[in-house]
Ligand binder design. Structure first.
Ligand code: DP6
Length: 347
């Protein structure tokens, strides 16, 4: 008999209020609340999972390449599967077949869509009937920012107070249909893999940056202000907080010793171009994660001007227009042939 295959599709999110720094490295508990928008399926991860009694180990493929589950980095992320298997009381091994529709490790967190698709598909494959907040607690332990991709629209990841992390989960502020006017341009500046991983980088920041002492308070204040701006559909305020947040996070990165510098000259040109566009009031906002690629958030009315301004900057490789997405979904079984071939080969 063939083992049943479950497929989930998930997308990246972009933080408007940033997560950078953990109060617990093991459980991945953040020093501050963060808020993101989940992006549409222009960039996505499709992940199929099957559990089989025929295997004596887990097998994990990304983009057709088998991952080494003995490697620390892979194991750290794959532990979400162990956790769910334990919860379901299953002893079967998994085959995971995951495909990204965008460049891995290019500063656009493919880890967020990857882990949320993995968590979503695995929970279905194991028949785990748990709500999104519990799923987000599991996803968070694979990669912090990934938990925010488990819902669509505007999503808040609460920092929580408890040591066991049981109150550090996500909540949807508003769904993807709430503010359909919002447009996000992803400006691809570099497709190179980042030099310092977010995980290592944020640990160094917490350990060495004196400026960071104030960062959790700043972010917490921004999170409150941003939530209010979202509720009031106040774009100029949303834009200001988004830019201040990006700048605040990159400031503590620079204040890390040795400094962490993700922005390059083209990123800086984007920053200046957006401020020029905003000279008469905020119509756009830039935000950068752990890389030089920008996400520029604007509205339908102004997207033509914003696109033209970005397009006139030399060195931007691609500009991709996205909308706010609806979060992960279960899709029809995909990669069934690949998964069955893997099981046959390894049984
Ligand atoms: C810069 O979620 O990749 O994108 O929890 O260690 O896996 P780990 O880190 P990760 O950090 C991403 C941080 C960021 C900002 C953000 O998305 O909030």
């Amino acid at each position: 008999m063939l083992d049943e295959v479950y497929t989930a599709v998930a997308t990246p999110n972009i933080a408007l209020v940033k997560y950078w720094g953990k109060r617990n490295d093991e459980l991945i508990l953040p020093h501050n609340t963060s808020i993101s928008i989940t992006l549409d399926e222009t960039f996505k991860t499709t992940t199929s999972v099957a559990f089989s009694g025929k295997l004596d180990r887990d097998i994990f493929f990304i983009n057709g390449e088998e991952q080494n589950l003995d490697s620390h980095e892979v194991k750290e992320r794959f532990k979400v599967v162990d956790e769910m298997r334990r919860m379901a009381g299953s002893a079967e091994h998994a085959v995971v077949y995951s495909v990204n529709s965008f460049p891995t490790a290019a500063g656009l967190a493919s880890s967020a869509s990857g882990i949320s698709a993995l968590v979503f598909a695995t929970s279905k494959a194991l028949g785990l009937d748990i709500g999104t907040s519990r799923l987000s607690i599991i996803a968070r332990q694979g990669s912090g920012s990934a938990c925010r991709s488990l819902m669509g629209g505007f999503v808040k990841w609460k920092k929580g107070e408890k040591d066991d992390g049981s109150d550090s989960y996500i909540e949807q502020i508003k769904g993807n249909g709430y503010w359909p006017d919002i447009v996000a341009f992803v400006a691809i500046v570099s497709e190179a893999k980042k030099k310092v991983s977010s995980r290592a980088g944020m640990k160094q920041t917490v350990e060495t940056s004196k400026l960071y002492r104030e960062r959790p308070n700043v972010a917490e204040e921004h999170a409150k202000e941003l939530e209010k701006a979202i509720m009031e559909k106040d774009f100029p305020t949303l834009a200001r907080i988004t830019m201040e947040e990006s700048n605040s996070m990159h400031a503590v990165m620079l204040d890390t010793f040795p400094p962490i510098i993700y922005l390059n000259d083209i990123s800086k040109e984007i920053i200046h171009a957006v401020h020029e566009l905003n000279s008469g009031g905020n119509i756009a906002a830039y935000t950068f994660d752990a890389g030089p690629n920008a996400v520029v958030v604007t509205t339908e009315k102004n997207k033509g001007d914003v696109y033209n301004a970005l397009n006139s900057i030399g060195g931007i490789k691609d500009i991709v227009e996205l909308k706010i997405g609806s979060g992960p979904r279960i899709a029809d079984r995909q990669y069934e042939a690949e998964i069955n071939a893997i099981i046959e080969k390894n049984r």
